[in-house]
Design a protein around this ligand. Sequence first.
Ligand code: HEC
Ligand code: HEC
Length: 84
Amino acid sequence: MTKRDIITLGIGAAVVIFLLMAPEETTPHMPVDDIHAEYHRIFKQDGKKAAEKFCKDCHGKPGLEFSPKHPDPNRCLFCHKPEG
Ligand code: HEC
Ligand code: HEC
């Protein structure tokens, strides 16, 4: 092995470690349940914007408030993936 090979390996290892350290995705997905089934359907048919219109019918209302650390609740499906 030449010095160059070792440097190449070193850089490769650093990249792998960096990728492994990337933060885990923690934003909860839109649940797949009876409540949300309708919005999954609208999303598939008409896209995010159409489905998002309904989120605030429930979310943000008494009993289903956003937590204090929740980011500005707009464009829900940008952050809360409907799939997966
Ligand atoms: C008919 C009322 C209603 C509507 C409309 C609604 N939700 Fe919900 N949502 C709930 C309820 C109740 C819960 C808590 C129980 C559950 O997980 O289903 C919840 C839970 C959630 C959660 C939390 C999941 C978790 O793991 O903490 C997310 C994210 C969410 N909804 C996203 C959405 C999005 C995005 C929309 C719009 C496309 C939407 N909801 C529309 C009632 C609703
Ligand atoms: C900029 C990204 C972003 C947008 C836009 C967004 N959320 Fe969230 N949401 C998050 C994150 C991140 C969390 C987890 C926060 C935590 O750990 O408490 C979360 C958590 C939630 C939860 C779980 C309970 C809570 O309040 O922590 C619900 C329900 C929810 N979001 C619904 C919605 C709805 C409905 C919309 C649209 C009206 C929306 N979110 C828009 C990022 C977003």
